[in-house]
Every structure is written in structure tokens, then in C-alpha cells.
Design a protein around this ligand. Structure first.
Ligand SMILES: Cc1cc2nc3c(=O)[nH]c(=O)nc-3n(C[C@H](O)[C@H](O)[C@H](O)COP(=O)(O)OP(=O)(O)OC[C@H]3O[C@@H](n4cnc5c(N)ncnc54)[C@H](O)[C@@H]3O)c2cc1C
Length: 211
């Protein structure tokens, strides 16, 4: 994403394809030490005075970059919602299995009313999110998912993901805090979903503009 006209705001941005292999001025920085998503090598990239052929301008016209980014954001936010529902579902499944194996005070911890009620709540949250997500996917397939709808899906579903993974981790007790248990990684991975793709506060800003 390059600023092609410093005097312009949104219209001063263009997208340029950079072949980084051997490009002078391109270098990778350190791999960032994240609290979660350890499998992703998120790192800094530096592009200092890198020169590219003019045909590398995406869309063939200078100044379209911001619009191009905006056009793709609903799909990116929908993807975040999809992975969040999948992660939520997996967390609930893992927790049902664990609570039926682990015993405390001579009983499977699944049999405590608190455990059953928490898992009932979590399973409900997953299904409600799925129904809304399916509606958004249908709208997306008809090219009708607007910025507002995608923002609603992104903030609502990632917020539920955080709550559900937190409740699930709690039911693992101390083991839930150990990285060897996948639920701990689900919890740290969930946290960033409310941040990237545009923070959930920004999602609410976007939604409020349509009201
Ligand atoms: C693991 C990871 C991967 C990422 N991957 C990508 C990627 O692939 N591509 C990419 O482009 N970006 C990526 N990002 C960046 C991510 O999209 C930004 O971090 C995110 O949009 C928030 O921007 P910021 O960090 O500048 O926060 P800031 O804008 O500094 O926000 C800080 C706080 O202020 C709040 N805030 C800011 N403005 C307002 C406002 N107007 N009203 C109310 N509250 C406000 C925010 O909600 C937040 O709580 C990634 C980030 C992470 C952590």
C-alpha cells in the first residue's frame, strides 16, 4: 500500500505489487513475539525506496488503493467470522470431551450443574452465531453483503468467541492454563480476533454510520 499523492487523503493511496525476491530496499524485520497464533510468522517488512515497473500498479490507475482495500474488507471480516465460529465450535467440543473424562469429588465434572449450564450457554452461542454467519455468507454469495453487515458479523462473532473460549478454558481448571492443552491456545488465538481486521470498536463506528 503506497502513498502516491501525499497531498490527498484516501485518493492518495495506491496498491502496488512488489516482487520482493532480490528487490533492492526490501528487507524482513524480526518475527514478532505474539502471545498467540504462534504458527504464523508475523513479521515486520521494510520497503525503502523500492522501485517497481509501472505495470505493477494494481488496477492500472493511480489513487484507487483505498477504494480497492475497502471493497475487499467485508470479505476479510467475513473470513474472520467464519474462522471464529469454527474455533468456537472446536473449543466447545474439546470442553465437552474433557469434562466427561475429568473427575473431581468422585464425579465427572460434566455432571456438575454449573458445567452443564455453561456448556449449554456456549453451545447456544455457537448456534446463534452460525445462523447469523450463514445469513451473511448467503448475502456475500449474492454480492449483497455490505460493510455494515460484515462489521456486525465481525464484532459480534469475535466477541462471542472470546467469551466462549474463556468459559471453556475455565472448565479445564489449571490444565486450561497450560500450553500443552489446545484450549489455552484457542484462548490466546481468540484474543486477536477482536483486534485485527479492524478493531471491534471500529466495527461499531462503522455500524453506527448506517443508523
Ligand atoms: C496478529 C496480527 C496480525 C495482523 N495482520 C494484519 C494484516 O494481515 N494486514 C493488516 O493490514 N493489518 C494486520 N494487523 C493489524 C491490525 O489490523 C491492527 O492492529 C488493528 O486494525 C488495530 O489497529 P492499531 O493496532 O493501529 O490500533 P489503534 O488504532 O492504535 O487502536 C488502539 C485502541 O484504540 C481504539 N480506537 C482507535 N480509533 C478509535 C476510534 N475512532 N473510536 C474508538 N476507538 C478507537 C481501538 O479500538 C483500540 O482499542 C494485524 C495485527 C495483529 C495483532
Amino acid at each position: 500500500v503506497a502513498k502516491t499523492d501525499p497531498g490527498e487523503a484516501a485518493h492518495g493511496v495506491s496498491l502496488v505489487v512488489v516482487e520482493t525476491e532480490g528487490a533492492e530496499g526490501f528487507r524482513r524485520g524480526r518475527v514478532l513475539d505474539k502471545i498467540g497464533l504462534k504458527g504464523q510468522d508475523t513479521s515486520e517488512l521494510f520497503l525503502d525506496d523500492v522501485r517497481v515497473p509501472t505495470e505493477n500498479l494494481l488496477g492500472g490507475q493511480v489513487g484507487l488503493g483505498f477504494i480497492q482495500l475497502m471493497q475487499q474488507l467485508p470479505q476479510e471480516r467475513l473470513l474472520i467470522a467464519v474462522t471464529s465460529v469454527a474455533a468456537m465450535e472446536s473449543a466447545v467440543e474439546q470442553t465437552i470431551q474433557y469434562t466427561k473424562e475429568r473427575t473431581a469429588f468422585g464425579r465427572e465434572i460434566f455432571t456438575f450443574q454449573n458445567t452443564k449450564f455453561k456448556l449449554a450457554e456456549c453451545a447456544t452461542e455457537v448456534n446463534v452465531c452460525k445462523a447469523f454467519l450463514d445469513q451473511c455468507i448467503e448475502r456475500h454469495l449474492r454480492s449483497e453483503l455490505d460493510v455494515t453487515g460484515a462489521a456486525m458479523a465481525k464484532w459480534w462473532i469475535t466477541d462471542r468467541l472470546s467469551r466462549v473460549t474463556d468459559e471453556c478454558l475455565q472448565l479445564f481448571g489449571g490444565y486450561g492454563y497450560m500450553t500443552e492443552y489446545p484450549i489455552s491456545r484457542a484462548w490466546t488465538a481468540a484474543r486477536v480476533q477482536r483486534i485485527f481486521g479492524g478493531t471491534n470498536e471500529i466495527m461499531k463506528e462503522i455500524i453506527s454510520r448506517s443508523l
